[in-house]
Structures are given as structure tokens and as C-alpha cells.
Design a protein around this ligand. Sequence first.
Ligand SMILES: Nc1ncnc2c1ncn2[C@@H]1O[C@H](COP(=O)(O)OP(=O)(O)O)[C@@H](O)[C@H]1O
Ligand SMILES: N[C@@H](CCC(=O)OP(=O)(O)O)C(=O)O
Length: 372
Amino acid sequence: MRTAIRNARRLVAKVGSALVTNNGEGLAVDALADWARQIAGLRAEGREVVLVSSGAIAAGMQRLGWTSRPQEMHQLQAAAAVGQMGLAQAYESVFAANGLHTAQILLTHADLADRTRYLNARSTLVTLLELGVIPIINENDTVVTDEIKFGDNDTLGALVANLIDADALVILTDQQGLYTADPRKDPSATLISEERAENTALEAMAGGAGSGISKGGMITKVRAAQRAARSGAHTCIASGREPDALLRVARGEQLGTLLYATSTPLAARKQWLADHLQLAGSLTLDDGAIEALKSGKSLLPIGVIAADGDFTRGAVVACRTRDGREIARGLVNYAANDTRRIVRHGSGEIESLLGFIEEPELIHRDNLILIG
Ligand SMILES: Nc1ncnc2c1ncn2[C@@H]1O[C@H](COP(=O)(O)OP(=O)(O)O)[C@@H](O)[C@H]1O
Ligand SMILES: N[C@@H](CCC(=O)OP(=O)(O)O)C(=O)O
């Protein structure tokens, strides 16, 4: 399976707060310089690399003289704004030393949830890669609220991999890879070398963040691999402290944990639907509608029992079973108030109920994906 990574032409590399800031001690400029050298090496082989870097909050805390991560959102945002300057400055100079230009891209979940902004982000990233520039991405922490944030950069890395159809996602962290249990807590844990990304048993092995300065932990890395696999990208989790980790992983060396993709990649539009982290509302389906969706049909209002949330026409909503489990999601053809008036009715009644008709389906099958 390692040949899959060796053949990867487009890669997303993600470096976490622990590495970027030397466990919160301040920007690890030597480490940044080392990654820049490795990425320059990959570019010289004709491969395209996007870097997703954490560290703004930790670097900002250090600049402001704060010793523990604040809880309050506005303080985190202030720290990120201070730290992101240092991060961008440091990356610009270490890549310049390798003859490469960098570009800063700060994203929020709302940017990727909006189809137009998503397509804009994609074309900008692809243009930068064609220009030979190294895009450096972080969450736009300064403006995020709970509703629009990715929360951790493992998730962001996977969404970026899907956005640009990357072949591989390499997550560099402070452990050798995914262990059977958190090695900080269980010394008998062993390193997993290769596994199918979709293997749900992996989630039980992965725990939370290893330090106060990081956000995600191993669980978000495993989920990131599952997400990336939906677009066909393989994920490798490896230690960023291992010499030449990025080059060695990218060249197919047996390093870290490879979580490989086996499923057929989703079509681009369905991929975008799958990558929504927050949905605008939800529809509760009866058993007949659930069967219809599973056999590839559209969702008609007659099969919907209830509609929750305040969504507009064209929003992405969840389709749930009576016990609340999401089985599908899609772009809804009617706003929440109109949906509530037509549920449990046949499509032939829509016009008399609303005074107009958009489409006979509540969600057309082309705009729908099954989950799980
Ligand atoms: N099964 C596991 N295998 C390896 N590390 C794990 C596992 N479960 C939890 N962890 C923890 O995840 C940490 C890495 O994630 P995190 O602290 O978020 O780093 P980063 O800043 O690189 O994203 C490790 O230091 C480790 O303590
Ligand atoms: N956007 C945040 C990173 C979030 C975070 O801590 O992510 P990670 O270290 O990857 O678990 C920052 O730059 O500080």
C-alpha cells in the first residue's frame, strides 16, 4: 500500500501545534526550516504540496506572555491574530531560503459550506500550485464562532485534501503514529503500521489531545483519514521529529501509520455535501422513505414526518431515522416553513398547499448522499 503514497502527485501536509511551537515554547523555527527544505525537495520531484499549519494560538500566547491556553473565545482569537503574524513571517523566510514563495490562506467552515466560496478557494489553491507557490493554510481563528469553526486542523487538513483532490494527506505530530491506545497513558500500546481508513475499530483506540496547546488529539486524525478517504486520498500519520519524515513518507518508506482509502471516491458535488460539518436543519423520515433513499431514489415530501430547524431553499439538511440517526443529507428544495406545510403530502398537492411548486421532490437524488 505504501506505493500509493509514493505515487501521490498532490499532497497535503499538516503540522500540529505541538510540533510548530515546540510544545508551546514558541515558534520552532528550525523545524519550520526543515519542513520547508523537505517540501522544496518534493517540489523538485514535480510534486505539489499544500501545508496546513497550526500554531497561531500557541505562538500568540507565547508572544503575549500567557502560560496557559485561555478559555474565552475573544482571548483565543486575539492570541491567534498575534501568532498568525509570526507564523506567516517565519514560513515566508524559511521557504524563501529554498527559493519558494508562500501564500497565506485562512479559512472558516462557512467558506467551504458555501458552494461559490468553496469553488473559489479551490481555484485559488490550484492556481497557486500551478504557479509553484506553497499555500500555507490555517483556520481563520480571528473570526470563528462555534457555528463556523472546524475546531482542529486535522479536520481542516482532510477537507483541504478533498477540496483539491489530493492523493495523500500526511499528518505530522509528536507521536510515531496511531497506537493501539494512547502511548502516554498505556506503555504497552503498539504502533499500527497500516490499516484501512474506513475501519471504525480505529476510533476506539484513538484518544484526545496530548497537551494543553493542541486541540484535536488522535481521534481527529483518525476521522480526518476517514474523511480524506472519501475523495480517495490516503493518510499517513507520522512523527514530525523523525528526520526527513515528510520526504520518507512521501517516498513510500514504512514510517508511521498509513490509513489507506479503499472506497470509490464520491463525485465532486457529493463530496462537498459530505464535508459539511454543520447542517442547517433536519428531516425525520418514515420507513418507506428510508428504503427509497437506500435504493437510490429522491426524497418526496410524503415520506417525511417532521422538519426541524430554520433552513432556506438550497440549504444542506440531514435526513434522520425516527431515533435521530443521520442516514443521508442533501440540498433541500423548499425552505423550512414551506417544508413543514407539505410533509406527509403527495407531490401533486404541493401547488395547492403552497400556491407554487419548485420541484416535486423535497431533495432530488442528484443532490443527496447516503451516510454510513
Ligand atoms: N491511540 C493513540 N496513538 C497515538 N497517540 C494518541 C493516541 N490516543 C491519543 N493520542 C494522543 O494524541 C496526541 C497527538 O495529538 P495532538 O496533541 O492533537 O497533536 P497535534 O498538535 O500534532 O495535532 C499524542 O501526543 C497522544 O498523546
Ligand atoms: N488554528 C489553531 C490550531 C488548532 C489546533 O490546535 O490544532 P492541532 O494542533 O492540529 O490539534 C492555531 O493555529 O492555533
